[in-house]
Design a binder for this molecule. Structure first.
Ligand code: C5P
Length: 300
């Protein structure tokens, strides 16, 4: 086999409960991940050495050196296998860059799956999940897809049962937000008001809404503890969120650390209408519709 292509979805967080800051600089979370139908494609081709090229949506903002998480994934997999394998990676991006939708993590997960296949390693998912957790907190979920609750720093996963398909609208912003900066702003804001940070808990009504495929109930339960910090760093997001709510979104929240905003719609048709309204209101660089949950990385 000379070349393997893997398609990998973006995620939105349905609940992101951020606990106290840990000694290692991370926060304990309850992170309910939901994979949605916005896909990057990663093609791995046998080559001497390891390299990456990025095409598509905001490709110029993605590093093509060893800072690229997909390169780090390939190198970590080769180390795990105890050999020096080579690969050239081509990433075709549709997932917004630094947008809070785990695009970099998705590319890393896709690189792990593609290289595992290309190099004929046949490693089980458990091994890939271990390597993924060292690459970043969101990479294990990117390997899994579907809907899952993540605890620890988000890397310890339990899949969740979902009783239907949910329709989403995503408002893309100009430029990204640094995840580390958003977490730091969250800590700063909490300290400023002397907030006692509670241990994060999954919200039972949200889990029930997922099981029942109940979009209306899910919309009312969407929650992101990073949202005030993301809005503080990017004030325009408040208007984007309000506009979606005014146009009838069942729920609106910042996706992960932002700046992408996510709106839950009643149906596919409603998502299309909501997207048109948000576009016309001029509150986003671009507006796209998607559905979830979708499966994780797939060889195409
Ligand atoms: O794990 P990852 O590299 O994606 O995390 C990026 C940054 O986000 C971390 O350096 C940390 O500042 C913050 N983070 C956190 N708590 C988590 C996950 C990420 O504080 N559970």
């Amino acid at each position: 086999m000379n070349s393997v292509t893997v398609r990998v979805p973006a995620k939105v967080n349905l609940q992101l409960a951020v606990g106290p800051l840990r000694d290692d600089g991370y926060h304990d979370l309850v992170n309910i991940f939901h994979a949605v139908s916005i896909f990057d494609e990663v093609t791995a081709t046998a080559e001497i050495g390891v390299s990456v090229r990025v095409e598509g949506e905001s490709a110029d903002q993605v590093p093509e050196d060893d800072d690229n998480l997909a390169i780090q994934a390939a190198l970590a997999l080769a180390r795990h296998a105890g050999r020096s394998y080579g690969v050239s990676l081509l990433i075709r991006k549709s997932i917004p860059v630094a947008g809070g939708m785990a695009g970099g993590s998705a590319d890393a997960a896709a690189a792990l799956v593609a290289c595992n296949e290309l190099w004929g390693l046949g490693l089980p998912t458990e091994d890939l999940l271990e390597i993924a957790a060292d690459l970043g907190s969101d990479v294990p979920f990117a390997l899994l897809g579907g809907t899952a609750v993540g605890t620890g720093r988000g890397e310890r996963l339990s899949p969740l049962e979902v009783g239907g398909t949910f329709h989403w609208v995503f408002a893309l912003a100009d430029g990204g937000l640094s995840t580390a900066k958003v977490y730091a702003e969250c800590d700063r804001m909490r300290e400023a008001i002397g907030e006692q940070v509670a241990w994060p808990q999954a919200a039972d009504p949200l889990l029930a809404a997922l099981r029942g495929g109940d979009a209306k109930a899910l919309g009312a339960e969407l929650a992101n503890d990073l949202q005030p910090a993301a809005v503080m760093l990017r004030r325009s997001l408040a208007r984007t969120l309000d506009t979606g709510r005014e146009y009838g979104a069942l729920g609106a929240l910042v996706s992960g650390s932002g700046p992408t905003c996510a709106f839950l719609a009643e149906s596919e048709a409603h998502a299309g209408e909501l997207a048109l309204s948000l576009k016309a209101a001029g509150v986003a660089r671009d507006v796209i519709t998607a559905y979830g949950p979708v499966p994780g990385p797939t060889v195409v």
